[in-house]
Design a protein around this ligand. Structure first.
Ligand SMILES: Nc1nc2c(ncn2[C@@H]2O[C@H](COP(=O)(O)OP(=O)(O)OP(=O)(O)O)[C@@H](O)[C@H]2O)c(=O)[nH]1
Ligand SMILES: [Mg+2]
Length: 318
Protein backbone atom coordinates (compact mmCIF):
# COMPACT_ATOMS: atom_id res chain seq x y z
CA UNK A 1 0.00 0.00 0.00
CA UNK A 2 1.18 3.51 -0.85
CA UNK A 3 2.09 5.45 2.31
CA UNK A 4 2.94 9.12 2.21
CA UNK A 5 2.64 9.88 5.93
CA UNK A 6 3.98 7.83 8.84
CA UNK A 7 5.05 8.04 12.45
CA UNK A 8 8.54 6.82 13.38
CA UNK A 9 10.32 6.37 16.67
CA UNK A 10 14.06 6.96 16.63
CA UNK A 11 16.75 6.90 19.26
CA UNK A 12 20.45 7.69 18.95
CA UNK A 13 22.89 5.53 20.93
CA UNK A 14 23.70 6.03 24.58
CA UNK A 15 27.29 6.79 25.55
CA UNK A 16 29.21 4.00 27.26
CA UNK A 17 29.94 4.46 30.99
CA UNK A 18 33.33 5.57 32.22
CA UNK A 19 35.28 2.84 34.01
CA UNK A 20 36.80 2.73 37.48
CA UNK A 21 39.90 0.52 37.37
CA UNK A 22 43.31 0.51 39.01
CA UNK A 23 46.80 -0.42 37.94
CA UNK A 24 49.82 -1.12 40.14
CA UNK A 25 50.24 1.19 43.18
CA UNK A 26 46.50 1.93 43.03
CA UNK A 27 46.96 4.21 40.03
CA UNK A 28 43.56 5.12 38.44
CA UNK A 29 43.44 3.55 34.97
CA UNK A 30 39.75 3.34 33.96
CA UNK A 31 39.04 4.52 30.39
CA UNK A 32 36.25 6.68 29.00
CA UNK A 33 33.13 5.22 27.45
CA UNK A 34 32.62 5.36 23.69
CA UNK A 35 30.10 7.79 22.21
CA UNK A 36 26.66 6.61 21.21
CA UNK A 37 25.97 6.22 17.47
CA UNK A 38 24.24 9.04 15.57
CA UNK A 39 21.15 8.74 13.41
CA UNK A 40 21.24 10.09 9.87
CA UNK A 41 18.51 10.35 7.25
CA UNK A 42 19.39 9.98 3.60
CA UNK A 43 17.32 10.55 0.48
CA UNK A 44 16.92 7.63 -1.91
CA UNK A 45 15.83 7.95 -5.51
CA UNK A 46 14.60 4.39 -5.64
CA UNK A 47 11.99 4.80 -2.89
CA UNK A 48 8.64 6.30 -3.84
CA UNK A 49 6.86 6.05 -0.51
CA UNK A 50 7.30 5.01 3.12
CA UNK A 51 6.05 1.44 2.85
CA UNK A 52 9.55 0.03 3.42
CA UNK A 53 9.85 1.71 6.83
CA UNK A 54 8.72 0.03 10.03
CA UNK A 55 6.40 2.02 12.25
CA UNK A 56 6.00 -0.52 15.05
CA UNK A 57 9.64 -0.44 16.06
CA UNK A 58 12.21 2.03 17.33
CA UNK A 59 15.03 2.87 14.94
CA UNK A 60 18.06 2.86 17.24
CA UNK A 61 21.73 3.58 16.67
CA UNK A 62 24.28 1.52 18.62
CA UNK A 63 25.27 2.31 22.20
CA UNK A 64 28.86 3.19 23.05
CA UNK A 65 30.89 0.50 24.84
CA UNK A 66 32.01 1.16 28.41
CA UNK A 67 35.57 2.23 29.06
CA UNK A 68 38.10 -0.50 29.80
CA UNK A 69 40.98 -1.03 32.18
CA UNK A 70 44.40 0.24 31.16
CA UNK A 71 42.79 3.50 30.07
CA UNK A 72 41.12 1.94 27.05
CA UNK A 73 38.35 4.03 25.56
CA UNK A 74 35.20 2.07 24.72
CA UNK A 75 34.21 1.57 21.10
CA UNK A 76 31.76 4.16 19.67
CA UNK A 77 28.25 2.95 18.92
CA UNK A 78 27.36 2.22 15.31
CA UNK A 79 25.67 5.05 13.40
CA UNK A 80 22.35 4.32 11.74
CA UNK A 81 21.33 5.67 8.34
CA UNK A 82 17.61 5.66 7.62
CA UNK A 83 16.78 5.86 3.92
CA UNK A 84 13.72 7.85 2.91
CA UNK A 85 12.12 8.87 -0.39
CA UNK A 86 12.46 12.39 -1.80
CA UNK A 87 11.31 14.75 -0.57
CA UNK A 88 10.69 13.80 3.04
CA UNK A 89 9.72 16.38 5.63
CA UNK A 90 10.32 15.34 9.23
CA UNK A 91 8.28 16.96 12.00
CA UNK A 92 8.33 16.48 15.75
CA UNK A 93 5.11 15.90 17.67
CA UNK A 94 4.65 19.68 18.07
CA UNK A 95 4.59 19.95 14.28
CA UNK A 96 7.92 21.73 14.20
CA UNK A 97 9.92 20.97 11.06
CA UNK A 98 13.08 19.17 12.15
CA UNK A 99 14.54 18.19 8.79
CA UNK A 100 13.81 18.29 5.11
CA UNK A 101 15.44 15.62 2.97
CA UNK A 102 15.52 16.77 -0.63
CA UNK A 103 18.88 15.54 -1.91
CA UNK A 104 19.73 11.96 -2.82
CA UNK A 105 22.60 10.00 -1.27
CA UNK A 106 23.74 12.63 1.25
CA UNK A 107 23.48 11.54 4.89
CA UNK A 108 21.98 14.31 7.03
CA UNK A 109 22.55 14.23 10.79
CA UNK A 110 19.21 13.98 12.59
CA UNK A 111 19.95 12.75 16.12
CA UNK A 112 23.23 12.94 17.98
CA UNK A 113 24.43 10.02 20.07
CA UNK A 114 25.19 10.57 23.76
CA UNK A 115 28.74 11.29 24.89
CA UNK A 116 30.65 8.55 26.60
CA UNK A 117 31.24 8.85 30.36
CA UNK A 118 34.65 9.62 31.82
CA UNK A 119 36.80 6.95 33.43
CA UNK A 120 38.76 7.46 36.66
CA UNK A 121 41.99 7.98 34.70
CA UNK A 122 40.51 11.32 33.65
CA UNK A 123 40.15 12.33 37.30
CA UNK A 124 43.66 11.12 38.31
CA UNK A 125 44.85 14.60 39.33
CA UNK A 126 41.85 15.24 41.54
CA UNK A 127 43.56 14.08 44.73
CA UNK A 128 42.32 11.61 47.30
CA UNK A 129 38.82 10.32 46.61
CA UNK A 130 38.77 11.45 43.00
CA UNK A 131 40.38 8.17 42.03
CA UNK A 132 37.07 6.39 42.67
CA UNK A 133 35.14 8.68 40.36
CA UNK A 134 33.75 7.94 36.92
CA UNK A 135 30.71 9.30 35.10
CA UNK A 136 27.88 7.62 33.23
CA UNK A 137 27.43 7.83 29.50
CA UNK A 138 24.76 10.25 28.37
CA UNK A 139 21.54 9.30 26.63
CA UNK A 140 21.39 9.85 22.89
CA UNK A 141 18.81 12.21 21.43
CA UNK A 142 15.49 10.65 20.63
CA UNK A 143 12.56 11.70 18.51
CA UNK A 144 9.01 10.67 17.86
CA UNK A 145 8.54 12.04 14.39
CA UNK A 146 5.95 12.36 11.67
CA UNK A 147 7.33 11.91 8.19
CA UNK A 148 5.46 13.54 5.34
CA UNK A 149 6.26 12.80 1.72
CA UNK A 150 6.16 15.32 -1.09
CA UNK A 151 6.98 13.40 -4.25
CA UNK A 152 9.23 15.19 -6.72
CA UNK A 153 8.47 15.20 -10.43
CA UNK A 154 8.85 17.35 -13.53
CA UNK A 155 5.59 16.53 -15.28
CA UNK A 156 2.30 15.44 -13.75
CA UNK A 157 -0.21 13.39 -15.71
CA UNK A 158 -3.83 14.27 -15.13
CA UNK A 159 -7.10 13.49 -16.84
CA UNK A 160 -10.32 11.54 -16.51
CA UNK A 161 -10.16 7.90 -15.45
CA UNK A 162 -9.39 5.59 -18.39
CA UNK A 163 -7.84 8.36 -20.51
CA UNK A 164 -4.71 6.24 -20.96
CA UNK A 165 -2.35 8.05 -18.55
CA UNK A 166 -0.72 4.95 -17.10
CA UNK A 167 -0.39 3.32 -20.52
CA UNK A 168 1.57 6.31 -21.77
CA UNK A 169 3.66 6.45 -18.58
CA UNK A 170 4.67 2.85 -19.20
CA UNK A 171 5.51 3.55 -22.85
CA UNK A 172 7.62 6.62 -22.11
CA UNK A 173 9.45 5.53 -18.99
CA UNK A 174 10.82 2.65 -16.98
CA UNK A 175 7.58 2.47 -14.98
CA UNK A 176 5.39 -0.60 -14.80
CA UNK A 177 2.09 0.91 -13.75
CA UNK A 178 -1.10 -1.10 -13.74
CA UNK A 179 -3.29 -0.54 -16.80
CA UNK A 180 -6.90 -1.70 -17.13
CA UNK A 181 -10.12 -0.92 -18.92
CA UNK A 182 -11.92 0.48 -15.91
CA UNK A 183 -11.91 3.74 -13.99
CA UNK A 184 -9.57 4.28 -11.03
CA UNK A 185 -7.05 1.63 -11.98
CA UNK A 186 -4.36 3.88 -10.58
CA UNK A 187 -4.88 4.35 -6.85
CA UNK A 188 -1.74 6.24 -5.89
CA UNK A 189 0.86 8.40 -7.63
CA UNK A 190 3.20 6.40 -9.90
CA UNK A 191 6.60 7.69 -10.89
CA UNK A 192 8.62 6.91 -13.98
CA UNK A 193 11.90 8.20 -15.33
CA UNK A 194 12.24 9.33 -18.95
CA UNK A 195 15.93 10.18 -19.18
CA UNK A 196 16.46 13.01 -16.69
CA UNK A 197 12.79 13.83 -16.55
CA UNK A 198 10.56 12.40 -13.83
CA UNK A 199 6.96 11.73 -14.83
CA UNK A 200 4.18 11.30 -12.31
CA UNK A 201 0.94 9.57 -13.13
CA UNK A 202 -1.92 10.44 -10.82
CA UNK A 203 -5.19 8.64 -10.16
CA UNK A 204 -7.91 9.77 -12.56
CA UNK A 205 -9.82 12.88 -11.60
CA UNK A 206 -13.56 13.24 -12.01
CA UNK A 207 -16.11 15.98 -11.65
CA UNK A 208 -16.39 16.91 -7.97
CA UNK A 209 -13.04 15.38 -7.01
CA UNK A 210 -12.57 18.71 -5.24
CA UNK A 211 -15.59 17.85 -3.11
CA UNK A 212 -14.25 14.46 -2.14
CA UNK A 213 -15.69 12.30 -4.91
CA UNK A 214 -13.56 9.60 -6.52
CA UNK A 215 -10.20 9.24 -4.84
CA UNK A 216 -10.25 12.76 -3.44
CA UNK A 217 -7.46 15.32 -3.45
CA UNK A 218 -5.01 13.94 -0.90
CA UNK A 219 -2.40 13.66 -3.67
CA UNK A 220 -2.22 17.42 -4.23
CA UNK A 221 0.84 17.83 -2.02
CA UNK A 222 2.74 15.61 -4.47
CA UNK A 223 2.17 18.04 -7.34
CA UNK A 224 4.00 21.01 -5.79
CA UNK A 225 7.42 20.42 -7.33
CA UNK A 226 6.09 19.69 -10.82
CA UNK A 227 6.82 22.21 -13.51
CA UNK A 228 4.28 21.01 -16.01
CA UNK A 229 0.90 19.41 -16.35
CA UNK A 230 0.26 16.88 -19.10
CA UNK A 231 -3.49 16.81 -19.54
CA UNK A 232 -4.74 13.58 -21.15
CA UNK A 233 -8.01 13.55 -23.08
CA UNK A 234 -9.27 10.36 -24.70
CA UNK A 235 -10.55 10.46 -28.28
CA UNK A 236 -12.88 7.59 -27.39
CA UNK A 237 -15.11 10.26 -25.87
CA UNK A 238 -17.97 11.67 -27.93
CA UNK A 239 -17.02 15.16 -26.75
CA UNK A 240 -13.31 15.51 -25.86
CA UNK A 241 -13.56 19.31 -25.53
CA UNK A 242 -16.29 18.97 -22.90
CA UNK A 243 -14.11 16.44 -21.02
CA UNK A 244 -11.21 18.85 -21.17
CA UNK A 245 -13.23 21.80 -19.88
CA UNK A 246 -14.72 19.73 -17.11
CA UNK A 247 -11.27 18.71 -15.93
CA UNK A 248 -9.95 22.29 -16.11
CA UNK A 249 -12.79 23.50 -13.89
CA UNK A 250 -12.11 20.67 -11.53
CA UNK A 251 -8.39 21.46 -11.40
CA UNK A 252 -9.10 25.06 -10.46
CA UNK A 253 -11.39 23.89 -7.69
CA UNK A 254 -8.82 21.39 -6.41
CA UNK A 255 -5.80 23.65 -6.27
CA UNK A 256 -5.20 27.09 -7.77
CA UNK A 257 -1.43 26.54 -7.96
CA UNK A 258 -1.85 23.30 -9.84
CA UNK A 259 -4.27 24.90 -12.30
CA UNK A 260 -1.77 27.67 -13.03
CA UNK A 261 1.08 25.40 -14.10
CA UNK A 262 1.93 25.37 -17.81
CA UNK A 263 -0.08 22.65 -19.49
CA UNK A 264 0.18 20.55 -22.59
CA UNK A 265 -2.86 18.76 -24.00
CA UNK A 266 -2.41 15.16 -25.11
CA UNK A 267 -5.21 13.57 -27.11
CA UNK A 268 -4.97 9.80 -26.60
CA UNK A 269 -6.17 6.67 -28.37
CA UNK A 270 -5.91 8.12 -31.89
CA UNK A 271 -6.26 4.55 -33.18
CA UNK A 272 -9.96 4.49 -32.30
CA UNK A 273 -10.86 7.22 -34.82
CA UNK A 274 -10.14 7.39 -38.55
CA UNK A 275 -6.64 8.76 -39.18
CA UNK A 276 -8.12 11.52 -41.34
CA UNK A 277 -10.04 12.91 -38.34
CA UNK A 278 -7.08 13.42 -36.01
CA UNK A 279 -6.15 16.89 -37.25
CA UNK A 280 -9.72 18.17 -37.02
CA UNK A 281 -9.96 16.91 -33.44
CA UNK A 282 -6.77 18.76 -32.61
CA UNK A 283 -8.16 21.93 -34.17
CA UNK A 284 -11.08 21.86 -31.73
CA UNK A 285 -8.52 22.58 -29.00
CA UNK A 286 -6.87 25.50 -30.76
CA UNK A 287 -8.93 28.04 -28.82
CA UNK A 288 -7.22 27.05 -25.57
CA UNK A 289 -3.92 28.36 -26.95
CA UNK A 290 -1.87 25.50 -25.63
CA UNK A 291 0.40 22.92 -27.19
CA UNK A 292 -1.82 20.09 -28.41
CA UNK A 293 -0.41 16.74 -29.41
CA UNK A 294 -1.90 13.33 -30.08
CA UNK A 295 -0.77 9.79 -29.43
CA UNK A 296 -1.73 6.15 -29.39
CA UNK A 297 0.01 3.29 -27.66
CA UNK A 298 -0.08 1.58 -31.07
CA UNK A 299 1.77 4.39 -32.85
CA UNK A 300 5.50 4.28 -32.18
CA UNK A 301 6.24 7.41 -34.19
CA UNK A 302 3.69 9.38 -32.21
CA UNK A 303 5.15 8.08 -28.94
CA UNK A 304 8.64 9.21 -30.00
CA UNK A 305 7.20 12.58 -31.00
CA UNK A 306 5.44 12.93 -27.64
CA UNK A 307 8.70 12.22 -25.87
CA UNK A 308 10.37 15.06 -27.77
CA UNK A 309 7.51 17.47 -27.16
CA UNK A 310 7.65 16.77 -23.42
CA UNK A 311 11.44 17.15 -23.31
CA UNK A 312 11.27 20.48 -25.14
CA UNK A 313 8.52 21.66 -22.89
CA UNK A 314 10.49 20.90 -19.72
CA UNK A 315 13.52 22.60 -21.26
CA UNK A 316 11.49 25.73 -21.92
CA UNK A 317 10.13 26.14 -18.41
CA UNK A 318 13.47 25.35 -16.69
N1 LIG B 1 -7.18 1.61 -28.25
C1 LIG B 1 -6.38 2.12 -27.31
N2 LIG B 1 -6.55 1.80 -26.02
C2 LIG B 1 -5.74 2.36 -25.11
C3 LIG B 1 -4.72 3.28 -25.47
N3 LIG B 1 -4.09 3.68 -24.33
C4 LIG B 1 -4.69 3.04 -23.32
N4 LIG B 1 -5.69 2.24 -23.76
C5 LIG B 1 -6.58 1.39 -22.95
O1 LIG B 1 -7.40 2.22 -22.16
C6 LIG B 1 -7.66 1.62 -20.89
C7 LIG B 1 -7.28 2.58 -19.78
O2 LIG B 1 -5.88 2.81 -19.79
P1 LIG B 1 -5.07 3.28 -18.51
O3 LIG B 1 -3.69 3.57 -18.99
O4 LIG B 1 -5.23 2.33 -17.39
O5 LIG B 1 -5.85 4.63 -18.19
P2 LIG B 1 -5.64 5.65 -16.96
O6 LIG B 1 -5.91 7.01 -17.50
O7 LIG B 1 -4.34 5.41 -16.32
O8 LIG B 1 -6.85 5.20 -16.01
P3 LIG B 1 -7.02 5.43 -14.41
O9 LIG B 1 -5.78 4.91 -13.74
O10 LIG B 1 -8.21 4.60 -14.08
O11 LIG B 1 -7.25 6.87 -14.21
C8 LIG B 1 -6.87 0.31 -20.89
O12 LIG B 1 -7.75 -0.72 -21.24
C9 LIG B 1 -5.83 0.52 -21.96
O13 LIG B 1 -5.40 -0.68 -22.57
C10 LIG B 1 -4.57 3.59 -26.86
O14 LIG B 1 -3.71 4.39 -27.28
N5 LIG B 1 -5.43 3.00 -27.73
MG1 LIG C 1 -3.95 4.90 -14.45
Amino acid sequence: MFRDRIRLKMKAGRGGNGKVAFGPYHRPLGGNGGNGGDIYVQGSESMYDFSALKTEFTYAAGDGEPGGSNNLTGRNGKDLIIKVPLKTLIYDLDDKLVASVDKPNVPQLLLKGGEGGLGNWYFRKGGIGAAEVSTLGKDGESLKASLVLELQSDIIFIGLPNAGKSSILNELSNADAKVAAYAFTTLSPQLGRMGDIVLMDLPGLIEKTSEGKGLGTSFVKHTKSSKLVAHFVSLESDDPVRDYRLMRDELKAIDAELAKKPEIIILTKTDVIPAADIESKKKLFKKFKKTVTSVSTFDFDALEELKKVLEDFVQKVK
